[in-house]
Design a protein around this ligand. Structure first.
Ligand code: GAL
Length: 385
């Protein structure tokens, strides 16, 4: 491996699946690459453009190679990779550890080294590797190790994005396998329940995320507003509110998930852009030490659906998120004592609100914002005398 920083911090990018599923083509991918540039996503830190399932023909060629669907990608994958690289961006593709991908295209089972070589020839920089049609007798753990080894020996730096939905005790072996990120949940859907369920299911898994192997809570649904060509992903009730998307982005950021945009950024509105490109929130996600966030129970009698997450940052600051997933407004109080800040230290916390983009002042011993239903407050706290 040439690039020693590959996967050091959570990857950021865009993935075709949430909005477009099977309806993908090179025009779309090029347009997304252009938007990364003109709309500021690249400058905000987004880097990878990933084509998900449904890019190939249903059969391999005579040599057993995967073949890109030439009606969707007439110029071929190499040309598309070149286009993306010319923009200073990185290109990601998709395959699966079984005989077929989830949508029924050829998978990489028993073709791992051949496919890794082809992907390297295409010039890809990331491979998302799914878990469908895995032969029953095969261990998933072994198959992820296999593709990881194949990629690391493909002659190109390729970030390995494992996607086994949190199955087979993935937390126990994924870091050793060489993968740079691992999906730990079922697929996300563009509705509040899905966001809530995924986030709460991962609160106890934060000890497993960290540099070079990030807990992937699935692609973002921010800005989709129910708009997917797969009604299973886009909720039939019209997606989420802007506040819910803001809470979603805050959760994924502080919890250290890769940030892979899933909406149609060609038509994103200003609110969506402000959420996805909030530099203060992104800085928390991209902190070089990649500490998992720990949970503090708010000082209150009924804590169901409310929690405080604290992430220790490399410069000694703390990111503190106050999350209210309930349907009513709530006050969430944190005692600074619970972060390790003792009374005897004589220190206080100077708080900066990462969504309001303003200093909130200096607080001693405790802070207790009122957080609206389905909303959050995310602050960066600096220790001061
Ligand atoms: C699922 C995966 C999704 C998407 C889909 C493609 O297994 O979790 O993110 O990749 O397959 O068929």
């Amino acid at each position: 491996m040439e690039n020693k920083r590959l996967g050091a911090v959570p990857p950021m990018g865009w993935n075709s699946w949430n909005t477009f599923t099977w309806d993908i083509n090179e025009r779309l991918i090029r347009d997304v690459a252009d938007k990364f540039f003109t709309e500021g996503y690249k400058e905000a830190g987004y880097e990878y453009i990933v084509i998900d399932d449904c890019w190939s023909l249903k059969d391999r060629d005579e040599e057993g190679n995967l073949v890109a669907d030439s009606t969707k990608f007439p110029s071929g994958m190499k040309a598309l990779a070149d286009y993306i690289h010319l923009k200073g961006l990185k290109f990601g593709m998709y395959s699966c550890n079984g005989t077929h991908t989830c949508a029924g295209y050829p998978g990489s089972f028993e073709h791992e080294f051949q496919d890794a070589k082809l992907f390297a020839e295409y010039g890809i920089d990331l491979l998302k590797y799914d878990n469908c049609y895995k032969p029953k007798q095969m261990s998933g753990e072994l198959l992820y190790k296999r593709m990881s080894l194949a990629l690391k020996n493909s002659g190109r730096d390729i970030l390995f994005s494992a996607c086994n939905w949190g199955e087979d005790g993935v937390y126990q072996w994924i870091r050793e396998s060489g993968a740079h990120m691992f999906r730990s949940t079922e697929d996300i859907h563009d509705n509040w329940d899905s966001i809530k369920n995924i986030a709460t299911s991962q609160l106890d898994k934060e000890c497993y995320t960290g540099s070079y192997c990030h807990n992937d809570m699935d692609m973002l649904v921010v800005g989709m507003y129910g708009g997917s060509n797969d009604s299973n992903i886009g909720s039939k009730i019209g997606g989420c509110t802007d506040n819910e998307y803001k809470t979603h982005f805050s959760l994924w950021s502080i919890m250290g998930s890769p940030l892979m945009i899933g909406c149609d950024i060609r038509n994103a509105n200003q609110v969506t852009k402000d959420i996805l490109m909030n530099p203060d929130i992104i800085a928390i996600n991209q902190d070089i030490e990649c500490r998992g966030a720990y949970r503090i129970e708010p000082s209150w009698w009924n804590t169901e659906g409310i929690f405080i997450l604290v992430k220790a940052l490399a410069d000694g600051n703390l990111a503190i998120g106050f999350f209210n997933l309930t349907d009513g407004d709530r006050e969430l109080a944190i005692k600074f004592w619970d972060t390790g800040l003792s009374y005897a230290s004589g220190m206080s916390l100077s708080l900066y609100d990462c969504w309001e983009h303003k200093e909130l002042g200096v607080f001693k011993e405790r802070y207790a914002p009122v957080v609206k239903a389905h909303d959050c407050v995310l602050v960066r706290a600096k220790l001061v005398r």
